[in-house]
Design a protein around this ligand. Structure first.
Ligand SMILES: [Zn+2]
Length: 246
C-alpha cells in the first residue's frame, strides 16, 4: 500500500509540474506576465479560483468545461498533466538512486513539455529553450561515465544533414525549429535512440494525420505541430530502452 501511495504522490507531484509547464508554454510566447497574473479561462477570461487549480481533478470534476462560461477546455492541459505525472513516476523508478541523471533528464523532459505546448498553440519553438536543451545535453555528456563525444558529434551531424536534405527535397515539410530540436536530441541521446525517435514521431504524426483525415475530413496539407510527437517519442524510446537494455 505504501508503495502505491508513494507513486500516487509522485504522479501528482509531476502533474502539478505539468500544469506549471502549460502555464509557461501558454504565456511565454505572448510575453504575458507569469508571476504576477493569475491563471484564467481562455474563453471568458475569468480568473481561476483555488479549487480550479488542481491538476487533472479540476478538469475531470467539471467534465472538461469552464465552471464560469461552461465552454470546453482544451484537452491538451489534462494530457500534459497526466504525461508529466507518468514521466515523474518513470524517472523515479529508473533513476531514484542516480539523482544527477534524474535531475538532468527531468530538465530535458520539462523543456520538451514546454516547447510541445508552444508548438501546439503557436507553431513556435523559442530558441532559448533549444539553447537550454543544448546546455542539458552538454552537462549530460560531461558527467556520463561512458560518454562518447565523437559518437554524439557524428550522431548530430548525421541527423542534421539528413533533415537538411529532406528540407531541400520537401521545402514545406519540417520546420526549422523541428530540425534544430531533432539534431540537438541526436547529440543528447545518440544515433540509435535518435533514429528510433525520428521513426516513432514520424509514424505517429502520419497516423494522426490519417486519422484526422478519415474522421474529420481535415485538410491533410494543414500545418501540424510536430514537437508534441517528438516529445512523446523521446519519452517512449528512452524508457523502453531503459526497460529492455538497462
Ligand atoms: Zn470560461
Amino acid at each position: 500500500m505504501l508503495f502505491i501511495g508513494n507513486y500516487f504522490f509522485i504522479f501528482y507531484f509531476g502533474a502539478i509540474f505539468g500544469s506549471f509547464f502549460t502555464a509557461l508554454g501558454t504565456r511565454i510566447p505572448i510575453k504575458e506576465g507569469f508571476t504576477f497574473s493569475r491563471s484564467h479561462c481562455v474563453h471568458c477570461n475569468h480568473a481561476l479560483g483555488p479549487h480550479d487549480l488542481f491538476p487533472i481533478f479540476s478538469y475531470l470534476f467539471r467534465f472538461g468545461k469552464c465552471a464560469y462560461c461552461n465552454r470546453k477546455i482544451d484537452g491538451m492541459y489534462v494530457v500534459v498533466e497526466s504525461l508529466s505525472g507518468l514521466t515523474a513516476c518513470l524517472l523515479y523508478y529508473f533513476y531514484s538512486n542516480k539523482p544527477l541523471y534524474l535531475l538532468v533528464y527531468a530538465g530535458i523532459f520539462s523543456i520538451l513539455a514546454i516547447i510541445s505546448i508552444t508548438d501546439y498553440l503557436y507553431l513556435l519553438v523559442p530558441d532559448r529553450f533549444q539553447i537550454l536543451l543544448v546546455s542539458a545535453a552538454l552537462f549530460l555528456h560531461g558527467n556520463l561515465p561512458f560518454s562518447d563525444w565523437k559518437a554524439s558529434a557524428i550522431s548530430f551531424a548525421a541527423i542534421f544533414s539528413l533533415l537538411l536534405f529532406t528540407l531541400f527535397v520537401v521545402p514545406d515539410g519540417l520546420g526549422g525549429g523541428d530540425i534544430k530540436l531533432l539534431s540537438i536530441l541526436a547529440f543528447a541521446f545518440g544515433l540509435r535512440q535518435s533514429l528510433s525517435i525520428l521513426l516513432v514521431s514520424s509514424l505517429s504524426a502520419c497516423l494522426f494525420l490519417a486519422a484526422g483525415y478519415f474522421f474529420n475530413k481535415k485538410n491533410i496539407g494543414q500545418r501540424l505541430p510536430f514537437v508534441p510527437f517528438i516529445a512523446i517519442a523521446v519519452l517512449l524510446v528512452h524508457f523502453l530502452q531503459l526497460f529492455y537494455f538497462g
